[in-house]
Design a protein around this ligand. Structure first.
Ligand SMILES: [Mg+2]
Length: 103
């Protein structure tokens, strides 16, 4: 997907460095959300929902790159990405259906 496997292969980061990069991107996403929603103390950064979208994409790309680096081949990466996304989204959907409706 979007050449993530090849880009990961070319990038010399270790798995630990890539996981730390994901934490960095998660921090940037948190900062953008705090600023865009005008949370007290964070509004001065003047970030917008466009910044939130951009940081969410950064975090998603790095997360997929971690998945790619933890895979031994492109085939395994693609199969695991498809399997895990389907399983995790189905589990999420099940949880939402269990939830009683708000009164
Ligand atoms: Mg970023």
């Amino acid at each position: 997907m979007f050449n993530i496997f090849d880009l990961t292969q070319k990038d010399p980061k270790t798995l630990q460095e890539r996981a730390l990069k994901l934490a960095e991107e998660a921090g940037e996403l948190a900062q953008a959300v705090l600023s865009a929603t005008k949370a007290p103390g964070s509004e001065y950064k003047n970030q917008t929902l466009a910044d939130v979208r951009e940081e969410a994409a950064d975090a998603a790309i790095v997360a997929m790159s971690v998945l790619a680096q933890a895979s031994s081949s492109r085939e395994e990466f693609e199969a695991e990405l498809t399997r895990l996304m389907a399983e995790k989204c189905a589990k999420w959907q099940e949880k939402l259906q269990e939830k009683p409706l708000a009164e």
